[in-house]
Design a protein around this ligand. Structure first.
Ligand code: VGL
Ligand code: ZN
Length: 203
């Protein structure tokens, strides 16, 4: 069984959002077209409490782009984003949310970030996504969303580690590219891990 996995298609990652990803809104039609063609659709939602440890604002004297240790792990600091219950945490208004079967929220523990839809960054706490997919006999996932170099990358690499076959939809992803080339390097890393990398017309 194959499932479509939509990663963090939320307002704060759109060009008008708090943590803007260039071209982030261009993936919404790609997602909607694939939702129509998919049997099981799961979406992740970055879902932070106020003063989450990944926010620069939660660290005295820090700015977005600085790095700290969070939960013992190297952590990039971000502008406040995807705060639980705020408009920025909502899915893009044009996303076909009626076609989504299950939403998995992540990043709710203030003491650790969760780029992956499967586990917190320390891999100690699971979100329930893996169990949900297994309970539906899913062995193959098609992934797209935001951002290529953070949550898409982490989600895809965890999926490979869990034994899922993974297809990455390149025109359905956009990167933060904090360092130019980060998105392309993430795609190369996923490809090297055994991921099938295709455009949506080839899914
Ligand atoms: C993400 C940075 C911080 C993402 C989430 O969805 O890629 N990036 N939180
Ligand atoms: Zn986040």
């Amino acid at each position: 069984m194959r499932a479509l996995l939509l990663v963090d298609i939320q307002n704060d990652f759109m060009p008008f959002g708090a943590l803007p990803v260039a071209g982030g809104d261009e993936i919404v039609p790609v997602a909607n077209a694939l939702i129509l063609r998919s049997g099981l659709v799961v979406a992740t939602q970055d879902w932070h409490p106020v003063e989450h440890g990944s926010f620069a604002s939660a660290h005295v004297g820090a700015s977005p782009g600085d790095r700290v240790l969070l939960g013992g792990i190297d952590q990039m600091l971000w502008p406040d984003h995807c705060v639980q219950g705020t408009p920025g945490a909502s899915f893009h208004s044009a996303l076909d949310v009626a076609g989504i079967d299950r939403v998995v929220r992540k990043g709710s523990d203030p003491a650790i970030d969760s780029y992956s839809g499967f586990f917190d960054n320390d891999h100690r706490t699971a979100t329930g996504l893996g169990e949900f997919l297994e309970s539906h006999a899913v062995d193959e996932i098609v992934v797209l969303g935001l951002a290529t170099d953070y949550c898409v990358r982490a989600t895809v690499l965890d999926a490979v580690g869990l034994g899922f076959g993974v297809t990455l939809v390149t025109d359905g992803c956009r990167a933060v590219d904090a360092t130019p080339g980060d998105g392309d390097r993430a795609i190369a890393e996923m490809h090297a891990a055994g991921v099938r990398v295709v455009e949506s017309s080839h899914v």
